[in-house]
Unconditional design. Structure first.
Length: 115
């Protein structure tokens, strides 16, 4: 199983980026999927997630109203649309797929918000 993130980069404050995560040998609809981030010197935190049980969506308070997580079952991808980006959003963003007894992480993609 391999998760591959893409879409990171350098963006100015107030800008937008769209991250995507593709999977091999794993069907996202069978897993709870999430985006997580880790900034320098900080612990990894959950940013947004979609439950495989009921489809409910979670966002950490700091991104509510700015980020949108979505899952495309036809393409088997998970995306994170990030708008109104702030310097404090700078981090490595990781895709994760989890269910009871197993979880998988991508390698991460760097997002840098700076003028």
């Amino acid at each position: 199983v391999q998760l591959v993130e893409s879409g990171g980069g350098l963006v100015q404050p107030g800008g937008s980026l769209r991250l995507s995560c593709a999977a091999s040998e794993l069907t996202f609809s069978s897993y709870t999927v999430s985006w997580n981030r880790q900034a320098p010197g900080k612990e990894r935190e959950l940013v947004a997630g979609i439950s495989s049980v009921d489809g409910s969506i979670y966002y950490v308070d700091s991104v509510k109203g700015r980020f949108t997580i979505s899952r495309d079952d036809a393409k088997n991808t998970v995306s994170l649309q990030m708008n109104s980006l702030k310097p404090e959003d700078t981090a490595v963003y990781y895709c994760k797929a989890a269910r009871i007894g197993r979880h998988y992480w991508g390698q991460g993609t760097q997002v840098t918000v700076s003028s």
